[in-house]
Design a protein around this ligand. Structure first.
Ligand code: SF4
Length: 455
C-alpha cells in the first residue's frame, strides 16, 4: 500500500489531497445530466438492452440498485437524499411505488432479466422491517432473476439492526454488508447527532462474520466537529481492532448553505485544516501498518479481500456505489433520486417523493433527467475509468476500444499531464501513462484533466 512515508506525502500534497473534486462514479458526472432525457428515453434504453440480449449481442451484466430514502433521525453531516421520519408506515407505501416501478421495467423488457448484483442503499435501508425487506425482494424477483453467486449488499446503520436482523438479512440472500460508523468518539457522535457505542458495532461485526458475510465494509469520516488528531487516533485503533475487510475514509465537506442538516454543526467545533491533514495522514499510516492495501480514492482493503485482488489483477471497476469487482455493469436504479446506467445512457429518478410517486401513479417511469452519452463522452469515460481503476492508460487498448489515436485526440490533455509528471504523480511513457504510488492518491485530479465539461 502507498503511505505517506513511502510515497512522500508532505503536508503541501496532503492539503491538495484534502480538496474535493468529482468522485467519478460516472462520466459525465451527475451534475451534467439534463431534463431533455425523459422517461421515453429511459424506456428506449431498457428495450434496446432486452432486444440486444434476445438477439444474442454482448450486453453488459445487470446490477440492481434500490434507494430507500427514510432515516429515523438526521445526522448533522448528512449530504444524502433522505427523508427523516419516525412514521414507519411510509415504508409500506414506498414499497407499493417500487412495485409499480418494477412492473414498468418488466413491461419494457418483456421478460425477467438475469442480474449478478443487488445493492440496497439510502437513507437507511434497514428503516424497513425484515418483513418489508422480504417483500422488496419478492417484488424485485418479479422482474429479475439473481444469479446463484450474485453479490447482494446492504448498507446498515448500526443503530437500526440487531444480530437477529443480520441473520434474517442473510437468510434473505444478503452476503455483503457495509456499516456506517464515521467515528467512535462519544463527543463527536453527539456533535453529529449519531450515537452508536463501539460495543454495539463490535457485537454486530462479530455476528456478521459468524453469519458468513464477506467483504464487510466500514465507512469513516475525518473532519467532523469535535474531532481531534488524538480522538481520531483512538477511533483508528478501535477500527483496527474490528478489522473490517474494507474501509472507506471520506473527508467531511462543510457546506451548510447547500445541506440544511449541516447548519446544526457549529463552525468553531470543526477541526482546523492542519488538524484535518494530520488525521488524514494518521489514517493512511495506520491502515498501512495494519496491512491494508490502498485501492484508490479513499478506499482501503485487506490484501485477501476481492477488491484488493481485483486491483492487483487490473480488474477493478467503478460505479455509483464506488469501487466494484463486478464487470462493467448496466445498473437499473429504483427509488426516489436513484441514478442508473443502461447501455449508453445515464438517468436519475425524481428527487422528491411526491414527484416520484406521482409519475408512478400515472403509469410512467419517474425519470427526471439523464443523458445519452456522445461518442466523445464514451471515449472519455473509458479513459477516466482506466485511470480511476487501473491507474494506467494503455494507448493501444484505448485505441482499440475507442477507434482513436490517443496522442492526437488527447494532445492538450497529455500536455497538461506534464506538470503532474514533474510532481512525481505519473510517468508518461511512449505508449502509456502510468500513475505512480503518489499519483494514486491524486487520481481524481488526474482524471479531471480528461473531463471535457471542466475545461
Ligand atoms: S447520514 Fe445516512 S443515516 Fe444519517 S441522515 Fe444521512 S442518510 Fe440518514
Amino acid at each position: 500500500m502507498n503511505t505517506s512515508s513511502s510515497v512522500g506525502l508532505d503536508s503541501r500534497l496532503l492539503q491538495r489531497l484534502d480538496k474535493s473534486g468529482p468522485r467519478y462514479t460516472s462520466y459525465p458526472t451527475a451534475d451534467r445530466f439534463n431534463e431533455r432525457f425523459n422517461p421515453q428515453d429511459y424506456e428506449l434504453a431498457l428495450k434496446t438492452r432486452a432486444e440486444g440480449l434476445a438477439a444474442g449481442s454482448a450486453i453488459a451484466p445487470l446490477s440492481m440498485y434500490v434507494h430507500v430514502p427514510f432515516c429515523e433521525s438526521v445526522c448533522y453531516y448528512c449530504a444524502c437524499n433522505k427523508i427523516v421520519t419516525r412514521d414507519h408506515t411510509r415504508a409500506a407505501k414506498y414499497l407499493d411505488a417500487l412495485e409499480l416501478e418494477v412492473d414498468l421495467h418488466l413491461r419494457a423488457w418483456g421478460q425477467p432479466q438475469q442480474a449478478s448484483q443487488l445493492h440496497l442503499g439510502g437513507g437507511t435501508p434497514t428503516f424497513m422491517s425484515d418483513l418489508e425487506i422480504s417483500r422488496l425482494m419478492a417484488i424485485l424477483r418479479r422482474a429479475v432473476e439473481f444469479s446463484s453467486n450474485a453479490e447482494m449488499s446492504v448498507e446498515v446503520d448500526p443503530r437500526t439492526v440487531t444480530p437477529q436482523r443480520l441473520a434474517n438479512l442473510a437468510e434473505m440472500g444478503f452476503n455483503r454488508i457495509s456499516f456506517g460508523v464515521q467515528d467512535f468518539d462519544e463527543q463527536v457522535q453527539a456533535a453529529v447527532h449519531r450515537l452508536q457505542p463501539f460495543e454495539s458495532v463490535q457485537g454486530l461485526m462479530e455476528s456478521a462474520r459468524s453469519l458468513g458475510y464477506g467483504s464487510i465494509n466500514m465507512d469513516l469520516i475525518y473532519g467532523l466537529p469535535k474531532q481531534t488528531p488524538d480522538s481520531f487516533a483512538k477511533t483508528l485503533g478501535q477500527v483496527a481492532q474490528l478489522r473490517p475487510d474494507r474501509i472507506a475514509l471520506y473527508g467531511y465537506a462543510h457546506m451548510p448553505e447547500r445541506f440544511k442538516p449541516q447548519r446544526r454543526i457549529l463552525t468553531p467545533d470543526l477541526p482546523t485544516s492542519v488538524q484535518r491533514i494530520s488525521m488524514l495522514e494518521q489514517a493512511i499510516n495506520r491502515f498501512r501498518a495494519e496491512g491494508y492495501d490502498y485501492i484508490g480514492m479513499d478506499h482501503f482493503a485487506l490484501p485477501d479481500d476481492s477488491l484488493a485482488v481485483a486491483k492487483r489483477q487490473g480488474k477493478l471497476q467503478r460505479n455509483f456505489q464506488g469501487y466494484s469487482t463486478q464487470p462493467d455493469c448496466d445498473i437499473v436504479a429504483l427509488g426516489v433520486s436513484a441514478i442508473g446506467r443502461v447501455g449508453n445512457s445515464y438517468s436519475q429518478n425524481a428527487k422528491t417523493l411526491d414527484q416520484y410517486l406521482a409519475a408512478l401513479r400515472q403509469g410512467r417511469f419517474p425519470t427526471e433527467k439523464g443523458l445519452w452519452l456522445s461518442s466523445d463522452d464514451l471515449i472519455r469515460r473509458t479513459v477516466v475509468m482506466a485511470l480511476m481503476c487501473q491507474g494506467r492508460l494503455d494507448f493501444e487498448l484505448i485505441e482499440k476500444t475507442c477507434g482513436i489515436t490517443v496522442t492526437s485526440y488527447f494532445k492538450p490533455e497529455l500536455a497538461r499531464l506534464q506538470a503532474m509528471q514533474e510532481e512525481g504523480m505519473l510517468v508518461i511513457e511512449p505508449r502509456a501513462v502510468q500513475l505512480t504510488p503518489l499519483g494514486w492518491h491524486f487520481v481524481r485530479s488526474i482524471a479531471m484533466v480528461f473531463d471535457r465539461y471542466l475545461h
